[in-house]
Design a protein around this ligand. Structure first.
Ligand SMILES: [Zn+2]
Length: 255
């Protein structure tokens, strides 16, 4: 019924109770989880978790912009062959993050561009991480977008204007998670003006826990909390939210 399109359930944070969380997910109708690695060191945990929970967990492969270092070319060379060797559903998470470090914009951009080219080569969607970097990302996509490029703007939490610009590319949807439940985010008002056909659900667990669970570890079984918030926003049932967002995610990720 629901898909969590972005969770880091493979991280150590879940080593003690991963099995229980996945069974809670299934009890709550969350029956597919999409797992992006972060860097070279996290890919084996992604692969192992997807093997342990086959047909529930699906891998994504990419180099997170916060982990793009001077040696990023080696990391990309390491990651690229893995895409074909496992059943990768997307290239991600990739993008540009200028919140933590502005000094390495150039290599972040280079890594982003190279990974968009992987997506084109392997005909996979991309999952974009954008933080304080929408205009830099738009600059890249203005150059590289084509009729086959598609994907998700993960953890979308920007303006209606940015949302409209993203949707104009034609192949992109917005990943909506816990931030939409935060009282002062204003994201609910933006989302209300976006057609739900452009929305997919995500937790980004263990991060960005939705209200009223803030301050604790986020988990994929909270996806219905986000669906309930969207149900209030769009004034349709959570079941309907589940049905539509699952269809949206299945189309993008081909699962
Ligand atoms: Zn993430």
């Amino acid at each position: 019924m629901y898909i969590d399109t972005h969770t880091h359930i493979y991280l150590n944070d879940f080593d003690d109770d991963r099995k229980k969380i996945i069974s809670d997910c299934l009890d709550n109708g969350v029956d597919k989880l999409l797992l992006p690695n972060i860097d070279k060191s996290s890919i084996s945990a992604v692969i192992k978790t997807c093997k342990d929970y086959k047909n529930i967990c699906f891998p994504m492969v990419g180099l997170h912009p916060c982990y793009v270092k001077d040696s990023y070319k080696n990391d990309l060379d390491y990651l690229k062959p893995i895409i074909k060797s496992i059943n990768t559903v997307a290239i991600g998470e990739i993008g540009i993050d200028l919140y933590w470090d502005k000094s390495n914009l150039e290599i972040q951009r280079n890594a982003f561009i190279e990974q968009i080219n992987w997506a084109k080569e392997f005909k996979l969607p991309i999952v974009i991480h954008a933080r304080d970097s929408y205009s830099e990302i738009f600059e890249v996509l203005d150059e590289m977008n084509d009729e086959n490029l598609n994907g998700i703007f993960h953890c979308f939490s920007s303006s209606l204007q940015d949302a409209e610009r993203i949707l104009k590319y034609g192949g992109f949807k917005l990943g909506i998670g816990g931030v939409v439940t935060f009282k002062n985010s204003g994201l609910d008002k933006v989302v209300k003006q976006i057609d739900i056909k452009n929305i997919v659900l995500e937790t980004d667990s263990p991060y960005l826990t939705p209200t009223p669970f803030r301050g604790t570890r986020n988990k994929s079984s909270y996806i219905p909390v986000i669906a309930n918030k969207l149900s209030d926003i769009y004034e349709i049932s959570s079941e309907e939210i589940g049905k539509i967002t699952t269809k949206n995610a299945s189309e993008v990720f081909n699962i």
